[in-house]
Design a binder for this molecule. Structure first.
Ligand SMILES: [Cu+2]
Length: 185
């Protein structure tokens, strides 16, 4: 997007520069060309290209259901509860506000909320997605390296919003992740 907008910006600046240097140079171009071409045709091309790029990207971000390991995230004022399929490492070592995921593979997070709208966001792993009471939204995340990643509620949800953070622990494949306890999944 930065590259695309740089091309468009330099085109516009080029036209402005040309118009200053050569005052009569563009006089013969009919107004219709600027209005229809620049006002309708050009945005149409740019927006169509953006849409063609954004739709598959958005689709891959939310993922197809049932293909990969899925965990549940439930937001409340003001914290996060996580739950896992049976036997997953996080199940036995559950701590409030800590999400355990395997590193190096995609994980679907099913996100919901119990009270007001929150938003689930791990800046280093993915975009954010709303946590909405009565609905479940899905976000696909992947931690390429084992380690800890900070997460944060990204939708103002009341006085405790600023402290509504959580930690993601990505464990190496084969590691149980939760203090040496728990079953391999
Ligand atoms: Cu919140």
């Amino acid at each position: 997007m930065i590259a695309g907008s740089a091309v468009i910006l330099s085109g516009v600046l080029g036209l402005i520069g040309y118009a200053f240097l050569n005052r009569d140079g563009l006089r013969d171009v009919p107004d219709r060309v600027w209005l229809i071409g620049g006002g309708v045709g050009f945005p149409m091309v740019v927006l169509t290209a953006l849409l063609a790029w954004a739709l598959p990207t958005g689709e891959s971000m939310t993922g197809a259901r049932g293909e990969v390991y899925e965990v549940q995230a439930e937001a409340y004022q003001w914290g996060w509860r996580f739950s896992y399929p049976d036997g997953a490492p996080g199940e036995t070592g559950s701590e409030a506000g800590v999400l355990y995921i395997p590193a190096g593979e995609p994980v679907d997070v099913a996100v919901t909320a119990v009270d007001v709208i929150h938003a689930f966001w791990i800046p280093r792993l993915a975009g954010k997605i709303d946590a909405i009471p009565g609905q479940t939204t899905h976000l696909r995340i992947q931690a390429d390296e084992p380690g800890e990643y900070r997460g944060q509620c990204a939708e103002f949800c009341g006085l405790g919003h600023a402290g509504m953070n959580f930690m993601v622990v990505a464990y190496a494949p084969g590691d149980t992740g939760a203090a040496g306890e728990g079953d391999e999944r």
